[in-house]
Design a protein around this ligand. Structure first.
Ligand code: ZN
Length: 303
């Protein structure tokens, strides 16, 4: 297929693209399954490149910068704009409660001791360089931060048959240079992070977390991908799940941690467990870094 960089991609073409990638992901999972005893995680390796290309398909005129790690992921030379893209898969490992071994999430018993007592670890984050983002903002060249979150649909793994369903949620954090409250708050996150980690300048943003929602991300698309990682001859099924109703993000109270936060949430939501994103982002603030937290830990280790 020959395309130009200014092509607008249809939903069907985006679906075709996802199908190509799903073949890779299915294969990776199949390898994890076949070589279980070697316990090497292969699923969703290399999703950074997937995210960059997927974001380029959504953003006509933008192409990879070819800068190999330096600068931004996508650039539009005509408009003199850049886009930063981050992809995170929270389809990660299970950790055995019996022997603490980490093993692939497709298995329902520990690959080491066969115990079925385990919990899942899903702490994959969007790693964003706060300094380079803010520098680009000062130069008025950053147009958006595009975030893709890939995760397994709850209870969708069937180890006996090999069926699994993944969801790819797509978010946009735009920068409009309009001094709006929304924009000021978005920038505040990166300024705080830059202050807090002067050496690395790194933000470790957890998908669907408290900080994530304070950035007022725009939910712009959602895909469901089902395939079979044992029988590779079965067809891959891809459906677009996005509609005007789910476009409105509802934030759940579970992201609140202190009593203060929970009380405010309950007050704003009329004692319900969800709040529209707009209301949440407007009324909540970034948490102060708790400097004493880690020191406390060290102290207890030293007895
Ligand atoms: Zn174990």
């Amino acid at each position: 297929m020959k395309t130009t960089k200014n092509k607008e991609y249809t939903k069907q073409e985006l679906e075709d693209f996802l199908k190509k990638y799903s073949i890779i992901w299915r294969q990776q999972l199949n390898i994890e399954y076949e070589y279980r005893s070697k316990n090497v995680s292969t699923a969703f390796k290399g999703i950074g490149a997937f995210g960059e290309l997927f974001a380029a398909l959504y953003n006509s005129g933008f192409v990879g910068s070819g800068s190999g790690g330096l600068g931004f992921d996508l650039i539009n030379e005509e408009q003199q704009k850049e886009i930063e893209v981050k992809t995170s898969s929270t389809f990660q490992s299970n950790k055995c409660d019996n022997c603490e071994f980490k093993f692939s999430k497709i298995f329902t018993t520990c690959s080491n001791c066969e115990s079925d007592n385990f919990h899942d670890i899903s702490d994959s984050r969007f790693s964003i360089n706060a300094k380079s983002l803010l520098d680009a903002y000062d130069k008025k060249i950053i147009s958006a931060l595009v975030l893709f979150h890939i995760f397994d649909k709850p209870k969708s793994i069937n180890l006996t048959t090999g069926e699994i369903t993944f969801i790819v949620n797509c978010y946009n954090v735009p920068f409009n240079y309009d001094n709006s409250k929304k924009e000021v708050k978005r920038l505040q996150y990166f300024r705080n992070q830059k202050e807090q980690s002067k050496k690395s300048n790194c933000c470790n943003l957890l998908p669907c977390s408290y900080d994530f929602y304070l950035l007022s991300p725009e939910f712009f698309d959602s895909w469901e991908i089902s395939f079979n990682f044992i029988n590779l001859d079965t067809p891959i099924k891809i459906t677009n799940q996005f509609n005007q109703v789910n476009k409105q993000i509802e934030v759940n109270i579970s992201i609140c941690s202190s009593k203060e936060e929970k009380d405010l949430f309950k007050k704003l939501s009329n004692r319900k467990n969800t709040l529209p994103l707009e209301v949440f982002a407007k009324n909540f603030e970034y948490r102060k870094k708790r400097f004493n937290k880690d020191r406390g830990k060290i102290k207890s280790v030293l007895g």
